[in-house]
Every structure is written in structure tokens, then in C-alpha cells.
Design a protein around this ligand. Structure first.
Ligand code: FAD
Length: 468
């Protein structure tokens, strides 16, 4: 093990591990510091991967129970073996974290187990356990320490009955009633997964809408679909208190505007009110690395902090808390450290909600365009008019493309429907190349595919859809 590196990353989440690999590929000597027993951070261990495993298997369970008969497949009512379902999730996690370890070895990246802190510019202390530390030198230090679940004032998490997303991924039995606090992506995804397995789910949200930040029309449609699926919503409501003395939790809920409240009874309560950057204990103040009022490390457009030689990426800095945003920043920082021109285009960062149907967005929403005074055209196409969606029995949702009224350049794409998370990539590529709706409409798309709906939305924005 060396004592000195070109680049040392603190944290092995998608920001940190991708940064390390890219830097090593570019010829830098690299070390990664990680305090958890496995690599991969929130995303691989307690975030994206386990949640998507549970979402996938719970969706199959529901499909088998509710939809197979309609397709002419008669089976006995499916029985849930939750332990095996969770074992599948754990296996997906284990394979993913093992993959990162393999890639570290393959790229000759040194892994330093322990808690990292910055002892001074160019110096990282790694504490494996109290009293057992070593210091390594690094020309570039990258803070990639991610985020943790935000607390809810007055509510104590026990990860058993009152859980964060981490506890919600390992419940030993399906709660009869699940209260979800927060109608953001994590609340709706995990709420959906447990509802499909039999929980009665009530979502309590402070704002008067779900999925804040997403296009309003799309969010309203998602809420209609989730309600039809059996989820219930208390919007513009807040949790006033939680009483856990009885057998069930008594969640006191009050309208934000004031007035009569109600008590929602729940066996498990999931607190999903957001995440906050995890930047404490790194010695940042002592070294002079500035943080903003929300604890995020302040960086310039080259991801450099207020101290030369220290960069920061991912959930620990401003911007959407998304794995692929962290990854792209990791790549950019590695390239900058290797003397290249690293860059992230924040106008083209997709976001996906893995409910059924999925919801995906990239670029600007209608609300944002209106606020910015940009004249735009809307091209919309429903999946009910797409042959492949009909063949799949997946007719809910639409593709909405927003194009500049003067230039036809695509400014945003919003999809609710089957495989929306995959379909959005086409809009990302188009937007990255500053493409117009007409460009997309003129690209030949295979038939019958869901992507034809994206093309039709482009036709609708530029001229007219064919199949409407
Ligand atoms: C339930 C859930 C589902 C999610 N689903 C998605 C999704 O589908 N798609 C998506 O894009 N995003 C999703 N996210 C968000 C995504 O996980 C994060 O945006 C992403 O993990 C951020 O990456 P990061 O590298 O910045 O930090 P993290 O992944 O949080 O990694 C930080 C790492 O740093 C380590 N660390 C912290 N401090 C120290 C220290 N002092 N010394 C050593 N190591 C340290 C931590 O142990 C951790 O391993 C989800 C999150 C959750 C909770």
C-alpha cells in the first residue's frame, strides 16, 4: 500500500467509485476510503439497487395475482414468500457490491477501510478503529461522502416500526397499514412496493401535490393512477405527533392551513422527507472547506471547493440527489484531475420514479418554461394509441415533449408509462445534441415499440402525430 496518491476519494458510492475507476483508467494512482464493510454507498447497498429489486419482484407478484387471468393465464392465487423475495434483493445487492470490489482490483485502486477525514490540504486520515489511524497524501482529495435520510422533527426512528428507507427495505413482514410521510420519489416507490404485497398505504405530504419538482400534469396523472391502485393521499397535511405506546402507531395529522386534524393508524411509518448531505466529521471547518446553510460542500463549476486540491461531488454538493448525477460528477472530477476538460451538463439529467407505470423526466417542465417566459409547443401522445403498449396491456400514461416555439429545439420530455425510465434516454441523447422535435420525428423507429410513442410526441410537437 502506498503512502501517497494522485487522487484519494472519501466514499465509495456511485460518485466516489466511478471517480476512482475513471481516474485510474486515465493513469492516476488512486485510493478509495470507505467506512462501511461493503463498497457502493447508499445506491448499491440501501438505495437504488435494493429498492428496484423489491419494486420489480413486488410488481411481478401483483401482476401474477391481478393481471395473468386477463391474459388467459390461469394460476392459483400467488402466495408471497417474503423471506425469499428479500433474499433475491440481498443477492442483487451482493452481486453489485462485489462488482465494485472487482473493478477496484482490476484498476489497481487501493482500498483503505475506515473513516476518512481531511487532516489538511493533501492529507487524508483513515481511522480503521479508534486509536488505529494512518495518514495518506493525495494531490487531489475528492469528498464523495453522500447523504443520509433527513429526520422529521419530533419523530424518533427505530428502524423497526418507525423506519427510514433503510428499514423499509428489510421489514420482516408486510405491515397491515403503512403510513408514508413524504410523497417524493422514495416514499412513492417504497409505498408502492409494500402496497403490492398487501399493505394499506396512506401517504401524508406537506405540499399540495406529489412529486415536487416534476411536471404538474404528470404528477397529477401519477396520483390518479396510484390512487386507483389503492394508495391514499393526505396532501397539504403534516405530521403533528406520533404516539407509539399502543399496539399501532397513532399518527396525528393536521392540515398545513390549519383546521381539524385526524389520526392515521399505522403498523409501520416510513419517514421519507428527503435526504441531507453527510459532511460532518470530515474536518472541513478546520481545513477551511466552505459549506452552505444546508451542509452541502460549496464547489465551483470544476467541482473545486474553497481549498485548493479538494474537490467534492454527488449528494454531498448541491443538485439533484441522484446516482447518475453523482457518477457524472465523479467522471468529470477524475478527468479534471488528469488534466482534461471534465464537464457535466445539468440541463440533461434525467430523473425516474420506478412506480408502475414508471415516470421519467428530463429538462424543463411546463411550469419552469412558463416562469422563464419561454414560448414553447407541447407534443403529447398517449400510450393507449401505441400498438405495443396495447399488446402489453399497459395503456396508462403518455409522452409529453416540450419544444421551443421558435427553434423547435427540445427543452424537456416527460413520460408516464411502461418503461418510461428506459424511453427517456432517447430524449436525453437528442437534447445533449441540441436536437429539435423534427429531428426526432424523422428518425426511423422500430415497430411495434414503445419508443414509437416518443416519436409520435415529437411529431405532435413539430407538426402532427400520425396515429391520432
Ligand atoms: C431508497 C433509495 C432509493 C434510491 N433510488 C435511486 C434511484 O433509483 N436512482 C437514483 O439515481 N438515485 C437513487 N437514490 C439516490 C442515490 O442512492 C444517491 O443519489 C447516490 O447514492 C449518491 O451517491 P454518492 O456517491 O454521492 O453518495 P453515497 O452513495 O451516499 O455514498 C457515500 C459513501 O461514503 C461513505 N462515507 C461517508 N463518510 C465517510 C467517511 N468519513 N469516511 C469513509 N467513508 C465515508 C459512506 O459509507 C458511503 O458508502 C436512492 C436513494 C435511496 C435512499
Amino acid at each position: 500500500m502506498a503512502d501517497s496518491y494522485d487522487l484519494a476519494v472519501i466514499g465509495s458510492g456511485p460518485g466516489g467509485y466511478i471517480c476512482a475507476i475513471r481516474a485510474a483508467q486515465l493513469g492516476l494512482s488512486v485510493a478509495v476510503v470507505e467506512k462501511q464493510p461493503t463498497f457502493g454507498g447508499t445506491c448499491l447497498n440501501i438505495g437504488c439497487i435494493p429498492s428496484k429489486a423489491l419494486l420489480h419482484t413486488s410488481e411481478m407478484f401483483e401482476t401474477a395475482g391481478r393481471e395473468f387471468a386477463g391474459f388467459g393465464i390461469d394460476i392459483a392465487a400467488p402466495k408471497l414468500d417474503l423471506a425469499r423475495m428479500l433474499a433475491h434483493k440481498d443477492a442483487a445487492v451482493a452481486a453489485s457490491v462485489a462488482g465494485v470490489e472487482y473493478l477496484f482490483k482490476k484498476n489497481k485502486i487501493d482500498t483503505l477501510r475506515g473513516t476518512g477525514a481531511i487532516a489538511g490540504p493533501g492529507k487524508v486520515t483513515v481511522t480503521a478503529q479508534p486509536g488505529e489511524s494512518r495518514v495518506v497524501a493525495a494531490r487531489t482529495i475528492v469528498i464523495a461522502t453522500g447523504s443520509v435520510s433527513a429526520p422529521l422533527a419530533g419523530v424518533e426512528i427505530d428502524e423497526r416500526r418507525i423506519v427510514t428507507s433503510t428499514g423499509a427495505l428489510v421489514l420482516k413482514q408486510v405491515p397491515r397499514r403503512l403510513a408514508v410521510i413524504g410523497a417524493g420519489v422514495i416514499g412513492l416507490e417504497l409505498g408502492s412496493a409494500w402496497r403490492r404485497l398487501g399493505a394499506e398505504v396512506t401517504v401524508i405530504e406537506f405540499l399540495d401535490r406529489i412529486l415536487p419538482g416534476m411536471d404538474g400534469e404528470v404528477a397529477r396523472q401519477v396520483q390518479r393512477i396510484l390512487t386507483r391502485q389503492g394508495m391514499s393521499f393526505r396532501l397539504a397535511n403534516k405530521v403533528a405527533a406520533v404516539d407509539g405506546k399502543g399496539k399501532a402507531l397513532a399518527v396525528a395529522v393536521e392540515p398545513v392551513a390549519g383546521g381539524h386534524g385526524e389520526t392515521v393508524e399505522a403498523d409501520v411509518m416510513l419517514v421519507a422527507v428527503g435526504r441531507r448531505p453527510y459532511t460532518d466529521g470530515l474536518g472541513l471547518d478546520a481545513v477551511g472547506v466552505k459549506r452552505d446553510e444546508r451542509g452541502r460542500v460549496v464547489v465551483d463549476d470544476r467541482f473545486q471547493t474553497s481549498v485548493a486540491g479538494i474537490a467534492a461531488i454527488g449528494d454531498a454538493i448541491a443538485g439533484p440527489m441522484l446516482a447518475h448525477k453523482a457518477e457524472d460528477e465523479g467522471i468529470a472530477v477524475a478527468e479534471i484531475a488528469a488534466g482534461k476538460a471534465g464537464h457535466v451538463n445539468y440541463d440533461v439529467i434525467p430523473s425516474v420514479v420506478y412506480t408502475a407505470p414508471e415516470v421519467a423526466a428530463v429538462g424543463r417542465s411546463e411550469e419552469e418554461l412558463k416562469e422563464a417566459g419561454v414560448a414553447y409547443r407541447v407534443g403529447k401522445f398517449p400510450f393507449s394509441a401505441n400498438g405495443r403498449a396495447r399488446a402489453m396491456g399497459a395503456k396508462d400514461g403518455f409522452v409529453k415533449l416540450l419544444a421551443d416555439a421558435a427553434s423547435d429545439r427540445v427543452l424537456g420530455c416527460h413520460i408516464i408509462g411502461p418503461f418510461a425510465g428506459e424511453l427517456i434516454a432517447e430524449a436525453c441523447v437528442l437534447m445533449e445534441f441540441a436536437g429539435a422535435a423534427e429531428d426526432l420525428a424523422r428518425v426511423c423507429h422500430a415497430h411495434p415499440t414503445l419508443s414509437e410513442a416518443v416519436r409520435e410526441a415529437a411529431f405532435a410537437a413539430w407538426s402532427q402525430p400520425i396515429h391520432m
